[in-house]
Write a new protein. Structure first.
Lengths: 563, 139
């Protein structure tokens, strides 16, 4: 093994990691107030191996607005560390000026105004242009998809993932891993996987009965004169965070010992470079990197973080490539003598108005959408508020959903899951059916109405809060806090489970939540089988149509301390 | 001839001397269980590996395994269960490996404790927190 000092010297000398990496270029572009495709793609080839990473697309084939989080609290050792840095602090940390394209892409401030200046981001046709351009200079480049690809849009739901599969196949990925894919149901996943020209990797996916590996753990590629092992790691808490009845015979988990075994296995097989294509979530990967030796690169996913520079843990570099097609990461590596000697990295922002769509992929996307055109484009209403979801606590998209649940289901309290997917809409935009589905399209959509005691509700909120704020990343599930309507609370994120939430108050009456009293609660995305109620997208559609225009009051129902 | 997995497991169990703790009509506390097992010896933390999921996928059947090379007995405790005693595995001299795997029911989030008694009477201990969660809001 090379020492950390040697490693840093190698990378600094050979690639001038920070000085000449993507971010310096971005700042210059901002100064020029001009963006071109050539500038976005500009990259001085380095080393002999190239990785292209994209993750958490959530079936978003078309360009979109996606506001990055205003709240992304890190607890324990993660406090104040990337990716738990947002807004102005993020700009300071990475030397970005406010109001620039990169500030718009990576932070939330002035989102509405900057979105109008810099336009939508993403689009798989634009991503295809970037991938093809990289492959033109680096034909051996590996395209690795971190999963959460086959879920999240109207057309994906209606075609059971086929539209995204067809489009992604044109990009020719070399491997992928998974999370929401399994919510299509195991039979459908198996059906799709059998058609893929690339492996669907998951070292941590096991047969639940026999505890035997259920999917290929890794694939070794010969590229650029090096043997590159790509190990896949699916979302560890699949049967806990999503309905296990959709994939009843599978077990997941972090399985750190298994990862160590697989890394050893690929090293023994002669791998010069070990890449972990992960859907663990950033903090889990960061902990894993410090405990499992021998991984050179972790391509992180699940927590939707976008970082302009890699995070180093020992000799492992962690890459965070964002979500929803907003970014593609390119990592060039110098791999010699069985070692990673240095790297150069760029987080490429997919400004949809700057990057020319790839004609073939653009046509394929339109062909997938054509049968659904009328349904997709139907306008349900208009929003006078900026609608966004991402953030540790209530976002406006979920405020809208919560209001709809309370009204349509005549509930005292509403709950909406802390999903991190779901694009944003600017105030003044129409809300189409496609927009609504991009924030609600799941295969277990029933909006339940049930009775819960105040005590039970408090227990549920504490349980979810611990999934987010447990100081040990291995106990975090990677979603955001469940959104609550009809109720306010205070939360001290530093407290242990059971004592984080206080001042639980009913908004309607101003009374404290009574542990003994029974309340009517409505919510969606229950993981229990046989959940009854209308589909969430039908319920919210009826609500938006009835309201006509959506205008949300500022939400001050959650008071956060301990940050 | 291919040995089926089921047969192999059966054989494997035959090779191990497996003994559920007898006569537990009254729940013993964690302290009572460990005191009886260790006979007062202080536990070391090396040489024993306890493998559990961090978060249980199903609290009713949580896979747990303990590897303690050289052990003559392994005690498994679910510290937060109404009945903390889970099992004691004993290994005879012919045992090829001092390893035990089983599935246990966990009533709530708690520490699972494994203790191994070595041939010289020394004790090794490992523990891990297994979270039993309501779940359902990840993504």
């Amino acid at each position: 093994m090379i020492t950390r000092r040697e490693f840093l010297q190698a990378s600094l000398a050979a690639s001038a990691v920070y000085g000449a990496s993507g971010f310096g270029n971005w700042s210059r572009l901002a100064a020029q107030q001009a963006l071109t495709q050539d500038q976005l793609l500009q990259f001085d080839d380095f080393g002999n191996v190239t990785l292209i990473h994209i993750t958490d697309i959530h079936a978003q084939l078309k360009p979109l607005y996606f506001r990055e989080p205003e709240w992304n609290i890190g607890v324990g050792d993660a406090k104040g560390q990337p990716p738990h840095v947002v807004g102005p602090a993020f700009l300071d940390m990475f030397g970005i000026k406010p109001g620039t394209p990169e500030a718009y892409a990576l932070t939330y401030q002035d989102f509405q105004a900057l979105a109008k200046s810099y336009g939508r981001m993403g689009g798989m046709d634009r991503v295809a242009t970037v991938v093809k351009a990289i492959r033109a200079t680096r034909p051996d480049a590996l395209l690795l998809d971190g999963g959460d690809t086959w879920q999240g849009s109207y057309t994906c739901l209606k075609t059971a993932g086929q539209d995204v599969v067809n489009v992604m196949n044109l990009l020719k990925p070399d491997a992928m891993t998974s999370h929401f894919e399994f919510t299509l149901g195991i039979d459908r996943v198996t059906e799709i996987v059998e058609t893929l020209d690339f492996p669907f990797l998951g070292a941590n996916i096991f047969d639940a009965e026999w505890e035997e590996p259920a999917y290929e753990p890794y694939k070794i590629f010969e590229r650029g004169g090096a043997r590159i092992a790509v190990i896949g790691q699916a979302f560890p808490y699949m049967p806990i965070a999503n309905p296990s009845w959709l994939f009843p015979n599978l077990s997941f988990g972090i399985r750190e010992e298994r990862m160590a075994e697989v890394v050893q296995e690929v090293r023994d097989a002669g791998a010069d470079l070990v890449v972990l294509l992960s859907h663990n979530g950033f903090d889990v990967d960061k902990k894993l990197a410090g405990r499992v030796p021998g991984i050179d690169v972790i391509l992180t996913g699940h927590t939707h973080d976008a970082l302009p520079e890699p995070v180093l843990v020992g000799q492992t570099i962690l890459i965070a490539s964002g979500s929803n097609g907003k970014f593609v990461s390119r990592i060039d590596l110098d791999v010699r003598e069985g070692k990673m000697m240095g790297f150069r990295h760029k987080l490429i922002p997919i400004f949809s108005d700057v990057i020319t769509p790839d004609a073939e992929v653009a046509a394929a996307i339109e062909a997938e959408r054509a049968p659904f055109k009328a349904e997709l484009e139907e306008v349900l209403g208009q929003t006078d508020s900026l609608l966004y979801r991402r953030g540790n606590f209530n976002g406006t998209w979920d405020d809208l959903i919560l209001n709809a649940l309370i009204e349509e289901r005549e509930a005292d309290i509403a709950l909406s899951p802390g999903f991190r997917w779901g694009p944003s809409l600017l105030s003044g935009q129409p809300i189409t059916r496609e927009d609504l589905y991009s924030c609600t399209a799941i295969t277990y959509p029933n909006a339940y109405r049930s009775e819960m005691t105040g005590e039970m509700l408090h227990t549920i909120l504490e349980d979810v809060a611990d999934n987010l704020f447990n100081p040990d990343p291995y106990y975090q599930q990677g979603g955001d806090m469940v959104r609550v309507g009809g109720m306010a609370y205070s939360i001290d994120v530093t407290r242990p489970q059971g004592s984080r939430l206080t001042n639980l108050t009913m908004l309607k009456t101003g009374e404290a939540l009574d542990p003994a009293k029974t309340y009517v609660v409505s919510g969606w995305a229950s993981i229990n089988p046989d959940t009854e109620g209308p589909a969430i997208y039908d319920l919210v559609e009826a609500y938006i149509k009835r309201k006509g225009t959506i205008a949300l009051d500022p939400n001050a129902s959650v008071a956060v301390t301990g940050i | 001839m291919t040995l089926s997995r089921r047969k192999a497991l059966t054989l494997g169990l035959g090779g191990l001397a497996f003994a559920a703790i007898p006569g537990l009509s009254l729940a013993s506390t964690v302290e009572e269980l460990t005191a009886a097992f260790t006979a007062g010896a202080t536990a070391a933390t090396d040489g024993i590996t306890l493998t559990t999921p961090e978060i249980a996928e199903n609290g009713n059947t949580v896979p747990v395994s303990v590897d303690a090379p050289g052990a003559v007995a392994i005690l498994l405790i679910a510290s937060g269960n109404p009945e903390p005693a889970v099992a004691t595995f004993t290994f005879g001299p012919a045992a090829g490996r001092q390893f035990a795997a089983t599935r246990i029911r966990l009533a709530k989030t708690q520490d699972v404790i494994a203790m191994a008694k070595m041939a010289d009477g020394s004790i090794k201990q490992a523990q891990a927190t297994v979270k039993v969660t309501i779940g359902g809001c990840g993504g």
